[in-house]
Design a protein around this ligand. Structure first.
Ligand code: SAM
Length: 328
Protein backbone atom coordinates (compact mmCIF):
# COMPACT_ATOMS: atom_id res chain seq x y z
CA UNK A 1 0.00 0.00 0.00
CA UNK A 2 1.12 3.54 -0.72
CA UNK A 3 -0.34 6.78 0.58
CA UNK A 4 -0.90 9.93 -1.46
CA UNK A 5 2.69 11.04 -0.80
CA UNK A 6 4.25 7.80 -2.03
CA UNK A 7 5.03 6.46 1.44
CA UNK A 8 4.89 2.69 1.79
CA UNK A 9 2.37 1.64 4.45
CA UNK A 10 3.00 -1.77 5.95
CA UNK A 11 2.55 -1.25 9.69
CA UNK A 12 -0.70 -1.28 11.67
CA UNK A 13 -1.21 -0.45 15.32
CA UNK A 14 -4.36 -1.81 16.87
CA UNK A 15 -5.74 -0.37 20.10
CA UNK A 16 -7.66 -3.31 21.56
CA UNK A 17 -9.13 -1.40 24.52
CA UNK A 18 -9.19 2.16 25.79
CA UNK A 19 -9.24 0.91 29.40
CA UNK A 20 -6.13 0.92 31.53
CA UNK A 21 -5.25 -0.09 35.07
CA UNK A 22 -2.87 2.92 35.31
CA UNK A 23 -3.76 6.61 35.02
CA UNK A 24 -0.50 8.14 33.78
CA UNK A 25 -0.75 11.88 34.28
CA UNK A 26 0.37 12.88 30.77
CA UNK A 27 -1.91 10.29 29.12
CA UNK A 28 -5.30 10.57 30.83
CA UNK A 29 -7.22 12.66 33.28
CA UNK A 30 -7.72 11.15 36.74
CA UNK A 31 -11.44 10.68 36.21
CA UNK A 32 -11.19 9.29 32.72
CA UNK A 33 -14.38 7.77 31.34
CA UNK A 34 -14.13 4.80 29.02
CA UNK A 35 -16.23 3.62 26.09
CA UNK A 36 -19.14 1.28 26.64
CA UNK A 37 -18.00 -2.28 25.84
CA UNK A 38 -20.46 -2.46 22.90
CA UNK A 39 -18.38 0.19 21.10
CA UNK A 40 -15.25 -1.97 21.12
CA UNK A 41 -14.36 -4.10 18.15
CA UNK A 42 -15.08 -7.74 18.97
CA UNK A 43 -12.43 -10.45 18.80
CA UNK A 44 -14.00 -11.63 15.56
CA UNK A 45 -13.98 -8.13 14.05
CA UNK A 46 -10.36 -7.53 15.06
CA UNK A 47 -9.16 -10.73 13.48
CA UNK A 48 -11.19 -10.33 10.28
CA UNK A 49 -10.18 -6.68 9.83
CA UNK A 50 -6.54 -7.53 10.53
CA UNK A 51 -6.70 -10.31 7.96
CA UNK A 52 -8.01 -7.89 5.38
CA UNK A 53 -5.26 -5.38 6.16
CA UNK A 54 -2.65 -8.13 5.86
CA UNK A 55 -4.12 -9.00 2.47
CA UNK A 56 -3.44 -5.41 1.41
CA UNK A 57 0.21 -5.48 2.50
CA UNK A 58 0.39 -4.90 6.25
CA UNK A 59 3.47 -6.84 7.43
CA UNK A 60 3.72 -5.76 11.07
CA UNK A 61 1.08 -5.35 13.74
CA UNK A 62 1.52 -3.84 17.19
CA UNK A 63 -1.19 -4.38 19.81
CA UNK A 64 -1.68 -1.49 22.17
CA UNK A 65 -4.34 0.44 24.08
CA UNK A 66 -5.21 1.57 26.83
CA UNK A 67 -3.58 -1.40 28.46
CA UNK A 68 -4.00 -4.26 25.97
CA UNK A 69 -3.54 -6.96 28.60
CA UNK A 70 -6.64 -5.86 30.56
CA UNK A 71 -8.87 -6.88 27.65
CA UNK A 72 -10.77 -9.97 28.74
CA UNK A 73 -10.29 -12.04 25.57
CA UNK A 74 -6.75 -10.78 24.98
CA UNK A 75 -5.27 -14.28 25.02
CA UNK A 76 -7.51 -15.14 22.06
CA UNK A 77 -6.54 -11.95 20.22
CA UNK A 78 -2.86 -12.83 20.64
CA UNK A 79 -3.43 -16.42 19.60
CA UNK A 80 -5.36 -15.49 16.45
CA UNK A 81 -2.88 -12.88 15.26
CA UNK A 82 0.06 -15.06 16.29
CA UNK A 83 -1.16 -17.64 13.77
CA UNK A 84 -0.57 -15.07 11.03
CA UNK A 85 3.07 -14.86 12.05
CA UNK A 86 3.34 -18.63 12.11
CA UNK A 87 1.91 -18.89 8.59
CA UNK A 88 4.28 -16.18 7.32
CA UNK A 89 1.41 -13.81 6.38
CA UNK A 90 2.69 -11.39 9.01
CA UNK A 91 6.35 -10.63 9.63
CA UNK A 92 5.91 -9.55 13.21
CA UNK A 93 3.39 -9.20 16.02
CA UNK A 94 4.42 -6.95 18.89
CA UNK A 95 2.85 -5.45 21.98
CA UNK A 96 3.11 -2.23 23.96
CA UNK A 97 2.20 -2.71 27.61
CA UNK A 98 2.61 -1.12 31.01
CA UNK A 99 4.06 -4.47 32.12
CA UNK A 100 1.86 -4.95 35.18
CA UNK A 101 0.20 -8.13 33.86
CA UNK A 102 3.18 -9.72 32.17
CA UNK A 103 3.58 -12.30 34.94
CA UNK A 104 0.36 -13.82 33.64
CA UNK A 105 0.93 -13.19 29.91
CA UNK A 106 4.64 -13.63 29.17
CA UNK A 107 4.54 -17.36 28.37
CA UNK A 108 1.36 -16.98 26.33
CA UNK A 109 2.92 -14.21 24.25
CA UNK A 110 6.07 -16.21 23.61
CA UNK A 111 4.04 -19.32 22.73
CA UNK A 112 2.10 -17.36 20.11
CA UNK A 113 4.97 -15.92 18.13
CA UNK A 114 5.45 -12.56 19.82
CA UNK A 115 9.21 -12.00 19.99
CA UNK A 116 9.50 -8.41 21.14
CA UNK A 117 7.52 -6.19 23.48
CA UNK A 118 7.71 -2.57 24.59
CA UNK A 119 7.17 -1.85 28.26
CA UNK A 120 6.44 1.73 29.35
CA UNK A 121 8.21 2.79 32.52
CA UNK A 122 8.97 6.44 33.20
CA UNK A 123 10.91 6.05 36.45
CA UNK A 124 12.53 3.30 38.51
CA UNK A 125 11.92 5.23 41.69
CA UNK A 126 8.87 3.63 43.42
CA UNK A 127 7.46 6.93 44.70
CA UNK A 128 7.88 8.83 41.43
CA UNK A 129 6.53 5.84 39.49
CA UNK A 130 3.47 5.75 41.71
CA UNK A 131 3.02 9.51 41.36
CA UNK A 132 3.16 9.58 37.57
CA UNK A 133 0.89 6.53 37.16
CA UNK A 134 -1.44 7.74 39.96
CA UNK A 135 -0.90 4.77 42.23
CA UNK A 136 0.73 1.87 40.35
CA UNK A 137 3.29 -0.46 41.90
CA UNK A 138 6.69 -0.56 40.17
CA UNK A 139 7.34 -3.98 41.75
CA UNK A 140 4.61 -5.56 39.58
CA UNK A 141 6.13 -4.05 36.45
CA UNK A 142 9.67 -5.15 37.28
CA UNK A 143 8.56 -8.69 38.01
CA UNK A 144 6.52 -8.69 34.77
CA UNK A 145 9.63 -7.65 32.84
CA UNK A 146 11.56 -10.49 34.53
CA UNK A 147 8.86 -12.93 33.43
CA UNK A 148 9.05 -11.61 29.87
CA UNK A 149 12.79 -12.02 29.82
CA UNK A 150 12.54 -15.54 31.23
CA UNK A 151 10.02 -16.40 28.49
CA UNK A 152 12.57 -15.31 25.89
CA UNK A 153 10.88 -12.04 24.88
CA UNK A 154 13.08 -9.13 23.86
CA UNK A 155 12.14 -6.09 25.95
CA UNK A 156 12.41 -2.42 25.06
CA UNK A 157 11.64 0.13 27.74
CA UNK A 158 9.74 3.27 26.69
CA UNK A 159 10.27 6.30 28.89
CA UNK A 160 8.33 9.52 28.35
CA UNK A 161 10.41 12.65 29.01
CA UNK A 162 8.76 15.00 31.51
CA UNK A 163 10.28 18.37 32.38
CA UNK A 164 11.05 18.91 36.06
CA UNK A 165 9.93 15.39 36.83
CA UNK A 166 11.97 12.45 35.56
CA UNK A 167 15.18 13.98 34.16
CA UNK A 168 16.96 12.53 37.22
CA UNK A 169 15.60 9.07 36.40
CA UNK A 170 17.30 8.72 33.03
CA UNK A 171 20.74 7.75 34.29
CA UNK A 172 19.52 4.93 36.59
CA UNK A 173 17.11 3.79 33.87
CA UNK A 174 19.90 3.64 31.26
CA UNK A 175 22.13 1.68 33.63
CA UNK A 176 19.31 -0.72 34.53
CA UNK A 177 18.52 -1.33 30.82
CA UNK A 178 22.18 -1.90 29.96
CA UNK A 179 22.53 -4.34 32.86
CA UNK A 180 19.39 -6.27 31.91
CA UNK A 181 20.01 -6.24 28.15
CA UNK A 182 16.96 -4.11 27.28
CA UNK A 183 16.90 -1.31 24.70
CA UNK A 184 15.68 2.05 25.99
CA UNK A 185 13.66 4.61 24.03
CA UNK A 186 12.90 8.10 25.27
CA UNK A 187 9.85 9.94 23.92
CA UNK A 188 8.74 13.59 23.87
CA UNK A 189 5.20 14.11 25.22
CA UNK A 190 2.57 14.96 22.65
CA UNK A 191 -0.38 17.29 23.32
CA UNK A 192 -3.13 14.67 22.98
CA UNK A 193 -6.33 15.22 24.93
CA UNK A 194 -6.95 17.18 28.10
CA UNK A 195 -5.22 15.67 31.14
CA UNK A 196 -5.69 18.58 33.52
CA UNK A 197 -1.92 19.28 33.26
CA UNK A 198 -0.24 22.13 31.39
CA UNK A 199 1.40 20.40 28.42
CA UNK A 200 3.80 23.30 27.87
CA UNK A 201 5.23 22.88 31.36
CA UNK A 202 5.78 19.15 31.00
CA UNK A 203 7.37 19.32 27.53
CA UNK A 204 11.14 18.90 27.27
CA UNK A 205 13.12 18.35 24.08
CA UNK A 206 14.95 15.05 23.94
CA UNK A 207 18.36 16.72 23.48
CA UNK A 208 17.83 18.49 26.83
CA UNK A 209 16.41 15.38 28.47
CA UNK A 210 19.43 13.23 27.60
CA UNK A 211 21.95 15.88 28.67
CA UNK A 212 22.65 14.18 32.06
CA UNK A 213 23.36 10.92 30.26
CA UNK A 214 25.54 12.66 27.66
CA UNK A 215 27.53 14.28 30.49
CA UNK A 216 28.49 10.85 31.79
CA UNK A 217 28.66 8.65 28.67
CA UNK A 218 29.55 8.90 24.98
CA UNK A 219 26.36 9.01 22.87
CA UNK A 220 26.94 8.45 19.14
CA UNK A 221 24.36 8.02 16.37
CA UNK A 222 24.06 4.56 14.83
CA UNK A 223 22.38 3.41 11.62
CA UNK A 224 19.98 0.95 13.31
CA UNK A 225 16.30 1.33 12.26
CA UNK A 226 13.15 -0.24 13.65
CA UNK A 227 9.60 -0.21 12.28
CA UNK A 228 8.90 2.91 14.36
CA UNK A 229 9.98 6.56 14.18
CA UNK A 230 12.93 6.38 16.59
CA UNK A 231 16.47 7.32 15.65
CA UNK A 232 19.14 5.43 17.54
CA UNK A 233 22.40 6.01 19.31
CA UNK A 234 24.96 3.85 21.10
CA UNK A 235 25.70 4.81 24.68
CA UNK A 236 29.28 3.76 25.47
CA UNK A 237 30.91 2.20 27.36
CA UNK A 238 27.52 1.30 28.83
CA UNK A 239 26.68 -0.87 25.82
CA UNK A 240 23.13 0.52 25.60
CA UNK A 241 21.11 1.14 22.46
CA UNK A 242 19.13 4.33 22.98
CA UNK A 243 16.14 5.22 20.81
CA UNK A 244 14.88 8.79 20.60
CA UNK A 245 11.35 9.69 19.46
CA UNK A 246 11.09 13.40 18.78
CA UNK A 247 7.63 14.30 17.47
CA UNK A 248 8.14 17.94 18.44
CA UNK A 249 11.83 18.71 18.19
CA UNK A 250 12.64 16.76 15.03
CA UNK A 251 9.85 15.74 12.70
CA UNK A 252 9.99 12.20 11.29
CA UNK A 253 6.79 12.06 9.22
CA UNK A 254 8.69 11.59 5.91
CA UNK A 255 9.29 7.99 6.85
CA UNK A 256 5.82 7.29 8.28
CA UNK A 257 4.71 3.75 7.40
CA UNK A 258 1.66 3.28 9.59
CA UNK A 259 -2.07 3.33 10.13
CA UNK A 260 -3.88 3.04 13.45
CA UNK A 261 -7.04 1.12 14.20
CA UNK A 262 -8.79 2.49 17.27
CA UNK A 263 -10.62 0.59 19.97
CA UNK A 264 -13.94 1.48 18.34
CA UNK A 265 -12.87 0.56 14.84
CA UNK A 266 -11.83 3.84 13.26
CA UNK A 267 -8.74 4.12 11.08
CA UNK A 268 -6.65 7.11 12.02
CA UNK A 269 -3.98 7.92 9.50
CA UNK A 270 -1.99 10.14 11.84
CA UNK A 271 -1.77 10.43 15.62
CA UNK A 272 -1.73 14.21 15.28
CA UNK A 273 -4.84 14.67 13.10
CA UNK A 274 -8.51 14.04 13.66
CA UNK A 275 -9.27 12.84 10.11
CA UNK A 276 -10.39 9.21 10.16
CA UNK A 277 -12.66 6.68 8.50
CA UNK A 278 -15.17 4.62 10.43
CA UNK A 279 -14.52 0.97 9.64
CA UNK A 280 -16.68 -0.46 12.39
CA UNK A 281 -19.85 1.23 11.16
CA UNK A 282 -19.20 0.06 7.60
CA UNK A 283 -18.30 -3.49 8.63
CA UNK A 284 -21.36 -3.81 10.88
CA UNK A 285 -23.54 -2.56 8.01
CA UNK A 286 -21.96 -4.09 4.90
CA UNK A 287 -19.67 -6.84 6.18
CA UNK A 288 -15.93 -7.27 5.93
CA UNK A 289 -15.56 -6.40 2.20
CA UNK A 290 -16.34 -2.79 3.22
CA UNK A 291 -12.80 -2.66 4.60
CA UNK A 292 -11.22 -2.67 1.13
CA UNK A 293 -12.83 0.54 -0.07
CA UNK A 294 -12.36 2.41 3.20
CA UNK A 295 -8.74 1.41 3.34
CA UNK A 296 -8.13 3.03 -0.05
CA UNK A 297 -9.90 6.15 1.18
CA UNK A 298 -7.76 6.18 4.33
CA UNK A 299 -4.55 6.01 2.29
CA UNK A 300 -5.63 9.03 0.24
CA UNK A 301 -6.50 10.98 3.39
CA UNK A 302 -3.21 10.34 5.20
CA UNK A 303 -1.75 13.79 5.89
CA UNK A 304 1.83 14.73 5.10
CA UNK A 305 2.75 15.42 8.71
CA UNK A 306 1.55 16.19 12.19
CA UNK A 307 2.09 19.57 13.81
CA UNK A 308 2.26 18.98 17.53
CA UNK A 309 4.29 22.17 18.00
CA UNK A 310 1.43 24.32 16.72
CA UNK A 311 -1.01 22.35 18.89
CA UNK A 312 1.22 22.73 21.96
CA UNK A 313 1.54 26.49 21.48
CA UNK A 314 -2.13 27.04 20.68
CA UNK A 315 -1.75 28.12 17.03
CA UNK A 316 -3.57 24.99 15.82
CA UNK A 317 -6.70 23.39 17.16
CA UNK A 318 -6.02 21.09 20.13
CA UNK A 319 -6.71 17.38 19.70
CA UNK A 320 -9.38 16.09 22.05
CA UNK A 321 -8.50 12.44 21.59
CA UNK A 322 -6.40 10.87 24.34
CA UNK A 323 -3.56 8.50 23.54
CA UNK A 324 -5.35 5.51 25.08
CA UNK A 325 -8.08 5.58 22.41
CA UNK A 326 -5.82 5.71 19.36
CA UNK A 327 -3.12 3.60 20.97
CA UNK A 328 0.49 4.58 21.60
N1 SAM B 1 -0.74 0.73 28.31
C1 SAM B 1 0.32 0.51 27.38
C2 SAM B 1 1.58 1.17 27.86
O1 SAM B 1 1.62 1.69 28.96
O2 SAM B 1 2.57 1.12 27.12
C3 SAM B 1 0.04 0.90 25.95
C4 SAM B 1 -0.69 2.16 25.68
S1 SAM B 1 0.17 3.65 26.13
C5 SAM B 1 -0.99 4.85 25.59
C6 SAM B 1 1.44 3.65 24.92
C7 SAM B 1 2.57 4.61 25.10
O3 SAM B 1 2.10 5.92 24.91
C8 SAM B 1 3.21 4.57 26.47
O4 SAM B 1 4.60 4.43 26.30
C9 SAM B 1 2.88 5.93 27.06
O5 SAM B 1 3.89 6.36 27.91
C10 SAM B 1 2.78 6.76 25.81
N2 SAM B 1 2.01 8.00 25.91
C11 SAM B 1 0.78 8.18 26.44
N3 SAM B 1 0.38 9.47 26.32
C12 SAM B 1 1.38 10.12 25.72
C13 SAM B 1 1.58 11.46 25.31
N4 SAM B 1 0.64 12.39 25.49
N5 SAM B 1 2.76 11.78 24.70
C14 SAM B 1 3.70 10.83 24.49
N6 SAM B 1 3.57 9.54 24.84
C15 SAM B 1 2.43 9.18 25.45
Amino acid sequence: MQDGFGRKIDYLRISVTDRCNFRCQYCMSEKMTFMPKSELLTLEEISLIAERFIGHGIRKIRLTGGEPLVRRDMKDVIQRLGRKVKSGALEELTLTTNGSLLDEYADHLAAHHVRRINVSMDSLDPARFSEITRGADIGKVLSGIEAAKAAGLQVKINMVALRNFNECDLLPMAEYCAREGHDLTVIETMPLGDTGEDRKLEHIEIDDFIAPLAAQYEISPIAHRSAGPARYAAVEPLGLRLGMITPLSRNFCDGCNRLRLTTDGKIFMCLGHSAHVDLRAAVRKDGIPAVDQLLQMALKLKPLRHDFNAQLHGSAEKLERHMNVTGG
